[in-house]
Design a protein around this ligand. Structure first.
Ligand code: ZN
Length: 328
């Protein structure tokens, strides 16, 4: 039986961290009314996450009298903004949805230590935080099930289970999602992209011509907040310090640092390609030995938290503006 520090100290920890219950619930991905129940949890993963949110060491939140009881994973609860895990009973409580967020990633190796679907997992996590912020601002958006099918580079594609989706496939998926949203009266979509090899601009332009009344925006969450202000490594393209830190923040249980290597990479030998006079896709097998581009070894959940929070704020502000303001 474990004695959980939490059980008596939850309220005090909230105060000390300067967090409201609503904010704590949002960061834990649970509903506000479940915060008190969460303080009684004996699920160690949940307690780990709470320790990160509170900014205190995990050890402070648990003290054992003997081995903890194995428990089913009760918390974190599904986010109320995640369509994949939400019921119709919940969805119909809201009259007017203003936008859908579509996380889009890839299925590919991420150095030795991050899951194949990292890009869609992170885009989903960020999207859920964005939806929670938008809700606080009075704008209802929901996060659709993510698309784990992206564009791949030669050299990455021959690795086991790496999936490449052509532009035609991606367009077919996007078209069907847009048509589905239109039918239910939702006329805005944010593609929240987590994969550097994906670009939807051509597809979005095609659809903008076909459907001028449907707004589609693309946001690449990893690009617009300068990495150098939050991370130490200069090269950080794939499974490096940025992506690893953000994964450590949202899903520490999915990071296997024991399999990580240094993500060393080789630039093009031709200067015109290095200087982007011309572009060709990089042959991943030639530029990286471990599939990573960027060293993940200085990653930390704290770096991930700081970065993700700024990213979420910016995307949430964009979402709210797109849903409430004129474009021009
Ligand atoms: Zn990635």
């Amino acid at each position: 039986m474990a004695t959980i520090y939490f059980e008596e100290k939850g309220e005090e920890l909230l105060k000390r961290a300067g967090l409201s219950k609503a904010e704590f619930a949002r960061r834990m991905g649970i509903k506000k009314q479940n915060v008190n129940a969460l303080f009684k949890t004996k699920n160690l993963e949940t307690i780990h996450r709470a320790a990160e949110v509170f900014g205190v060491p995990f050890e402070l939140l648990v003290s054992y009298t003997s081995e903890p009881e194995p428990t089913g994973c009760v918390f974190p609860e599904p986010s109320p903004y995640e369509i994949a895990l939400t019921t119709w009973g919940e969805v119909k409580q809201v009259k007017d949805y203003q936008m859908a967020i579509l996380p889009w990633g890839a299925t590919e190796p991420h150095n030795g230590h991050l899951p194949y679907c990292t890009d869609v997992i992170l885009a989903t996590a960020i999207g859920l935080d964005v939806a929670a912020r938008a809700h606080d601002a009075g704008v209802e958006v929901r996060v659709l099930p993510g698309i784990p099918l992206g564009s791949q580079n030669p050299g990455q594609t021959q690795l086991p289970f790496c999936l490449h989706a052509s532009q035609q496939t991606q367009m077919a998926i996007l078209q069907d999602i847009v048509a589905s949203l239109e039918r239910c009266g939702i006329h805005r979509l944010l593609i929240l992209n987590g994969h550097g090899g994906n670009t939807f601009k051509g597809l979005i332009r095609d659809l903008a011509v076909q459907k001028p009344d449907f707004l589609i925006a693309q946001s690449d969450w990893f690009t617009f907040v300068p990495r150098k202000d939050y991370f130490e490594e200069k090269i950080d393209d794939h499974a490096g310090e940025q992506e690893t830190s953000v994964m450590m923040y949202y899903h520490p249980e999915l990071v296997m640092m024991e399999y990580a290597s240094d993500g060393a990479s080789k630039p093009f030998a031709i200067s015109g390609l290095r200087e982007k006079v011309g572009w060709i896709p990089r042959d991943w097998a030639k530029i990286s030995a471990d599939t990573g581009v960027g060293n993940p070894l200085k990653s930390s959940p704290e770096k991930g938290r700081k970065y993700a929070q700024v990213v979420v704020e910016k995307i949430a502000a964009l979402v709210v503006d797109l849903c409430t303001k004129e474009l021009y």
